[in-house]
Every structure is written in structure tokens, then in C-alpha cells.
Design a protein around this ligand. Structure first.
Ligand code: ZN
Ligand code: ZN
Ligand code: ZN
Length: 260
């Protein structure tokens, strides 16, 4: 990573089931292509020598082993659907060796994490049995390790989620629409990562056509479609995407220019 840039690694590019889907015998689930093997949706951002996770996906432990992640300095939570948070207990290994990890998200997301993972926030548990986390509710840009991090409110079916922008990168998982006020926060992007689930319509996710339309409005130089289901055959369907747009895959890593 050069000075003035951040590194994005796609830890997981899959929808909530992962791909292959358990018990499914479709062509994509039986595919030998590495790009068609998708763990649950998550990303690692690195800048100034820090590792910042977006979500602790169900597969976080395997993702951390695969990518050689040796420390976690902060977590940005998009929302609290199971596929995005159920790896949270594996932060324990990192906090045993170091400091409590600051965790950021909407007030609703922080309240749900406190409630669903109550054992983490009680004083009676042995320290080794719970990760040490500091919850921070955010609703406006905040400074993290020398960069501005901007929460991007998104519509996720009947619910809400946060995307995040850092420098010229925006990561928008789990969304079915983007409010105008959030589009206004997405000008001048080099890289956009956006939820594209599958080709058929879905009530709480963009499908590929919807994600492509949203990405055209946003106009990033390069767009990665993520949170993909087994409808998407990486190599077969890649040729159908417009220029500048591609399917994300697990392990994809790129540098993004970043102020400072
Ligand atoms: Zn999801
Ligand atoms: Zn399948
Ligand atoms: Zn979701």
C-alpha cells in the first residue's frame, strides 16, 4: 500500500447462504471456479497500517485465516442481519492479545448487537470468553486513524443499513434503494462496491440490473458487484456487464487513492 491510498480486500462476496448453497446441485454450486465460491459478505480496509473490517461475517474466521489477518483495529457494521454479524465472537482472539476494539454503526445496529450478543457486554463472563468491544453510534462523518469515514444511509427492503465511504471508496452492501441525500455523498468515487444479489428481483436487495443502474448514477471509475447468490456464474456472466463494472470475488484486492 502506497502513502495516500487505502487497500480494499473483498473478504466475502456471497449472499447470506454463501455459495455453494448447502445441498444445492446447480451448475454454479458445483462449479470448480474459485470465483464461484463465495463466503458471506464482508470487506477489509487497510490504511495507515490499520485493519478495519466492514462487518464480521459468519465466515470471518476462515476469511481471516485466508488473508492472514493478524490484528483488527476497528469494525464498521453495515447492519445486523445474521450473515453480517455472526463472526463477531472471533474478534475475541484479537482482543485477548491487544486492546478493546472500537465498533461503529447506527444507533439501531449498536442496540441490536448489545442485545443479541449480551454476553459480550456483561462483566461476569471470564475475559477470555468474550471479545472486548467499544460500541460507537455514528450518524455523521467521523475521523478514524486519520481518515474521514462517512456513513451512507441505505434502504434495505423494509429496513435500513449503512454503507461507508472512505476517501474515493464507497462500500454499499445490503441495499434496495439509495436515498437522494445519500447519493449526494457519493460523488467523485474511484471505486464503488455495491450489492447486486442476483438477476431476478428481490424485495430487499438490488438485483444486477438495479445495481448497474444505481452505479451508473453514482459514476465511480470502477464498480464491483457483491453479495452475490448462486444465480451469478462469475465468468459466464462477466461479459454481460457494462464497462467499468465487474463481479467481486473472495480475495479480490485493490488500492484506492485516499487523501492524506
Ligand atoms: Zn446480507
Ligand atoms: Zn446452487
Ligand atoms: Zn441484510
Amino acid at each position: 500500500m502506497s502513502a495516500g491510498s487505502l487497500t480494499l480486500t473483498i473478504l466475502g462476496s456471497g449472499t447470506s447462504t454463501g455459495v455453494p448453497v448447502l445441498g444445492c446441485r446447480c451448475a454454479v454450486c458445483r462449479s470448480g471456479d474459485a470465483e464461484n465460491r463465495r463466503t458471506r459478505c464482508s470487506a477489509l480496509l487497510q490504511w495507515s497500517g490499520r485493519n478495519v473490517l466492514i462487518d464480521t461475517a459468519t465466515d470471518f474466521r476462515q476469511q481471516a485465516l485466508r488473508e492472514g489477518i493478524e490484528r483488527v483495529d476497528a469494525v464498521l457494521f453495515s447492519h445486523t442481519h445474521a450473515d453480517h454479524v455472526h463472526g463477531i465472537d472471533d474478534l475475541r482472539t484479537f482482543t485477548l492479545r491487544g486492546h478493546a476494539i472500537p465498533v461503529y454503526g447506527s444507533a439501531a445496529a449498536m442496540a441490536t448487537i448489545r442485545q443479541v450478543f449480551a454476553y459480550i457486554f456483561t462483566d461476569d463472563a471470564e475475559p477470555g470468553f468474550r471479545p472486548r468491544l467499544q460500541l460507537h453510534e455514528v450518524a455523521a462523518p467521523f475521523s478514524l486513524f486519520g481518515q474521514n469515514v462517512t456513513p451512507i444511509p441505505l434502504i434495505h427492503g423494509a429496513g435500513e443499513s449503512y454503507g461507508y465511504r472512505v476517501g474515493a471508496l464507497a462500500y454499499l452492501t445490503d441495499c434496495s434503494a439509495i436515498p437522494e441525500s445519500s447519493l449526494a455523498l457519493l460523488g467523485g468515487l474511484e471505486v464503488l462496491v455495491i450489492d447486486a444479489l442476483r438477476f431476478s428481483a428481490h424485495a430487499s436487495h438490488f438485483n444486477v440490473a438495479g445495481a448497474v443502474a444505481a452505479a451508473r448514477r453514482i459514476g465511480a471509475r470502477r464498480t464491483l458487484l457483491t453479495h452475490l447468490s448462486h444465480e451469478v456464474d462469475h465468468h459466464r456472466h462477466a461479459a454481460d456487464l457494462p464497462g467499468g463494472m465487474e463481479f467481486a470475488f473472495d480475495g479480490l484486492c485493490l488500492d484506492v487513492p485516499c487523501p492524506g
